[in-house]
Write a protein that binds this ligand. Structure first.
Ligand SMILES: [Zn+2]
Ligand SMILES: [Zn+2]
Length: 165
């Protein structure tokens, strides 16, 4: 293509531009250009790359939920017995869960796997506690450490499974 020739955006045929997507080479206008660490790209190329990055299958979400639920169920009685030490158990359970989920789903990445794993941990805890709290509400103040444990476990899970390294 000759130097200085006017290009028109591939998505907005009326908009002249000098930018091109550096992946597919299509002319793109300022509105369509997405700045990435490797330069300007069209939205389609950016979306395509995200789809490649997140490669988890639907079944992986089920596996993640069940694995987190099982670990949450195992951890819940421990947390009840430990009280203050929940501060240390939370990150431990979180990293165990994230590691187990990551391995069980074949190290695939899913955009919402962190959410499913966190939900599994929370469900595991609630399944133990809810009947207890309903039977004897005066035990509720002890839920403080459950909350601490869950918050730390979930933030650890998010650190592992949301911001994939
Ligand atoms: Zn492109
Ligand atoms: Zn455009």
């Amino acid at each position: 293509m000759a130097e200085g020739e006017t290009l028109f955006c591939a998505f907005h045929p009326n908009v002249p531009t000098t930018l091109r997507c550096n992946r597919c080479g299509r002319p793109i206008c300022v509105r369509c250009a997405v700045q990435t660490p490797v330069g300007y790209r069209c939205r389609e190329c950016v979306a395509g790359q995200q789809a490649l990055f997140f490669n988890a299958r639907p079944l992986d979400y089920g596996i993640a939920a069940v694995a987190a639920l099982v670990l949450g169920l195992i951890a819940a009685p421990l947390v009840a017995a430990l009280g203050f030490w929940a501060i240390f158990v939370g990150p431990l359970v979180g990293s165990l869960t994230a590691g187990a989920v990551h391995r069980l789903i074949g190290r695939r990445r899913g955009r919402w796997i962190w959410l499913v794993a966190s939900g599994g941990l929370a469900a595991g805890l609630l399944l133990w506690r809810l009947p207890l709290w309903l039977a004897s509400p005066f035990l509720l103040p002890r839920a403080l450490w459950d909350g601490v444990y869950l918050a730390m476990a979930i933030s650890t899970v998010i650190g592992y499974l949301r911001f994939w390294r």
